[in-house]
Ligand binder design. Structure first.
Ligand code: GDP
Length: 424
């Protein structure tokens, strides 16, 4: 069976923890989109890890980890991540890299930086990992696919062609040093040596696995609201963050995705620019940021402080719908135990009218939150394993949100560890 684990919001919902937990019963975990621009934080018996490119199944000896064709593959980052695990006694994971994945080049990262510099104050809040230039090149058909590394004649020709285009921009738009074809070719050859042992036709591998009844997890990065089509365009990422894209980014039939587990955090956080209706500021935000996640809400890749807000029912209902949610995993609920009262955003006021439908960006930017205040439970709920044992106000909070978003919350996460989970 194929299941997807995806985010309902702006990312950082705790997908890594849920995937790591579900991976116990998975044969294969696949990353199907995104790159090393975001991270999953995982806490398990080996310690605390931030993964950026590796699927969250790498800690189990029995799982195969696949970097799907939809991923922006940064090869040096992937290898330093693998080293980061093996250096800390995690056994070398079994990794397969799609021969159709494309490669993040060093110049993609430079272009990201140059563009942010050029835009100055008007930047999109990029993590400068080269993701936007990478996907732009993929769709402009000037990207390098892993398979192309193994055909030197074509590679030489393509490097020339790519450098010609890039150098016009570098010289005239950014006024920066131009690319030297020989250096780009050398970079690609280095990458070839590194990835060669791991490369295969992963869609064929997955097809066989599906026929054999294996358990497969598709792991998404970021969340619905960062999807280029359905998110808060243009403050979005450059690859689809939706479960549906799992079929494409992994190369499997869409009808094989039987379960879509959408991860929703019990409050909101976001990184980068863009409308964030239920955002809070000042001491209130600092307190939640400090207590949030596991050791505070700071970017797993960048260390940037995350923007904080109350739970947003409008955004989450939309985020769950667009994912095609079958199950909601409601995470980081334990963190809210310090609050006397917990505001929840139940509607948006736009030009004097209240709506519960998530609007397109221009309208979203005008939206003001309509808040409903729920009573807090003022206790530490970590360690609780049975739903009935949660404080009444805590259950009321969960049930109120479930009714607002309209999708079943089947898992409640009350701590960062694998065992901190309550099934309903
Ligand atoms: P992801 O990108 O969606 O995987 O999310 P992140 O890894 O950026 O953020 C989730 C953070 O919350 C990590 O530090 C996790 O260890 C932590 N976390 C996940 N679930 C829970 C939970 O239920 N309670 C607490 N306190 N922390 C959690």
């Amino acid at each position: 069976m194929v299941q997807a684990v995806v985010g309902a919001n702006w990312g950082d919902e705790g997908k890594g923890k849920i995937t790591d937990m579900l991976a116990e019963k998975a044969d294969i975990v696949v990353r199907f989109q995104g790159g090393a621009n975001a991270g999953h934080t995982i806490v398990n018996n080996y310690g605390k890890f931030a993964l950026h490119t590796l699927p969250s199944g790498v800690f189990y000896g029995h799982t195969t980890s696949i970097i799907g064709n939809g991923v922006a593959l940064n090869i040096p980052v992937l290898f330093s991540e693998i080293r980061g695990l093996t250096d800390r006694s995690v056994p070398m994971p079994k990794i397969l890299i799609s021969d159709r994945a494309q490669i993040v080049m060093s110049y993609h990262i430079l272009f990201d930086q140059y563009e942010e510099e050029r835009l100055a104050g008007k930047s999109f809040g990029s993590t400068k990992s080269g993701i936007a230039p990478f996907y732009s090149d993929k769709y402009a058909k000037i990207g390098f696919q892993v398979s192309e590394l193994f055909d030197e004649e074509r590679l030489v020709e393509k490097v020339q062609r790519v450098c010609e285009i890039k150098n016009v921009q570098l010289e005239h738009l950014y006024h920066k040093p131009t690319l030297v074809p020989e250096e780009i070719l050398a970079e690609l050859k280095r990458y070839r040596e590194m990835v060669e042992p791991f490369v295969c036709d992963t869609s064929a591998y997955l097809y066989e696995a599906i026929q054999a009844g294996k358990n497969i997890l598709l792991e998404g990065q970021l969340g619905s609201l960062k999807d280029p089509d359905h998110g808060i365009y243009p403050m979005v990422t450059s690859s689809s963050t939706l479960a549906a894209y799992g079929a494409i980014g992994a190369g499997i039939p869409p009808y094989e995705i039987k379960k879509i587990i959408t991860v929703c955090k019990a409050y909101s956080s976001a990184v980068g620019a863009g409308a964030f209706v239920s955002e809070i500021f000042g001491d209130e935000a600092d307190e939640l940021r400090k207590r949030g996640g596991d050791g505070g809400e700071y970017g797993a890749t960048t260390g940037r402080p995350r923007r904080m807000g109350w739970f947003d029912c409008v955004a989450s209902r939309y985020g769950c719908r667009i994912q095609g949610t079958t199950d909601v995993a409601f995470t980081v609920l334990d963190v809210l135990g310090y609050l006397d009262e917990i505001p929840v955003c139940v509607g948006y006021e736009i030009d004097g009218e209240v709506t519960t439908d998530f609007p397109t960006t221009a309208k979203l930017e005008k939206a003001k939150p309509v808040l409903k205040v729920l009573p807090g439970w003022k206790t530490d709920i970590r360690g609780i394993r049975k739903y009935e044992e949660l404080p009444e106000n805590c259950r009321n909070y969960i049930e109120f949100i479930e009714q607002q978003i309209g999708f079943p919350i089947t898992m409640v996460s009350n701590g960062p560890g694998r065992k901190d989970i309550i099934y309903r």
